[in-house]
Design a protein around this ligand. Structure first.
Ligand code: MF3
Ligand code: CO
Ligand code: CO
Length: 260
């Protein structure tokens, strides 16, 4: 695909805005309900039913390359792609909830961290640094910037905070496809990679670890963990590139994102 194939038309952008809002609204509704004592499967049930029955949309993870559930739930040392199941959330856990909504042929992809009860100061700092890393990545986006500018903004900040950036998974173009070009690495050097053009839509979704950045996939072929067992955190938004910055298509109501 050439660079023009990555630029959405105004009609496509309207659909990306609509589905991005649905994904954000799903999380707004879900987050206050996530509590100690519930299973990750309970989160899956809430996400599935709200998406299908209230939003009249599709949870894109379900059956995506064989993924068995409607949402990814990644707890503590799980980096991403955790499969909802019998695990009971408990005080001190940190959990990433990654939803992807499909409607009218287009996708919106966004994730948050939820802290269960009281978490350790280190876990809280990891969660906060991961969110700030996402914001710094978002602020690096504008027409004419490079994908490497996003990676640099994230990596330089995260490593200065003493954490590591996961290399094995990245952000991605999104539209009719769940995962499209370009790849958005969360590490890199300014001016490298692909030039950003207004009308492109992609995700930024840095995963950061307390320990080193190495990951491994469990025998279920999905769950990604840190090799060293350390905690991992991730936040994700879907953005639209504009001339002078970007529009955060999955911004939640009340979420303050100061753009340039
Ligand atoms: N939502 C994930 C992402 O941010 C992808 C999940 S794929 C699944 O790209 F199959 F695990 F759902
Ligand atoms: Co994504
Ligand atoms: Co996602």
């Amino acid at each position: 695909m050439n660079i023009n194939g990555l630029v959405k038309t105004p009609q496509e952008i309207a659909k990306m805005r609509a589905v991005g809002r649905l994904a954000a609204a799903l999380l707004e509704w879900l987050i206050p309900q996530v509590k100690a004592g519930m299973t990750t499967d309970d989160i899956n049930t809430l996400v599935h039913n709200y998406t299908v029955n209230v939003q009249h949309a599709t949870p894109a993870p379900l059956n995506y390359h064989g993924f068995p559930k409607s949402v990814c739930t990644s707890v503590n040392n799980v980096v991403c792609h955790g499969i909802p199941g019998k695990y009971v959330l408990r005080d001190g856990d940190i959990v990433n909830i990654d939803v992807t909504t499909k409607k009218d042929g287009f996708h919106g992809d966004t994730s948050v961290m939820v802290c269960i009860g009281t978490v350790t100061p280190q876990a809280q700092r990891l969660v906060d640094v991961a969110y700030e890393a996402l914001l710094r990545g978002i602020r690096a986006v504008h027409g004419g910037a490079f994908t490497g500018d996003i990676g640099y903004a994230i990596q330089s900040y995260v490593e200065a905070q003493g954490f590591s950036v996961v290399r094995d998974y990245c952000g991605h173009g999104i539209g009719r496809g769940f995962h499209e070009e370009p790849q958005i690495l969360h590490y890199g050097t300014p001016g490298s990679g692909m030039r950003l053009v207004p009308g492109m839509t992609f995700t930024i979704e840095p995963m950061i670890n307390v320990g080193n950045y190495h990951t491994r996939v469990l025998d279920d072929n999905w769950t990604v963990e840190t090799v060293d067992g350390s905690l991992s955190a991730q936040w994700e938004h879907t953005v639209l590139v504009t001339e002078d910055g970007c529009e955060v298509l999955t911004r939640r109501t009340g979420e303050k994102i100061a753009l340039n």
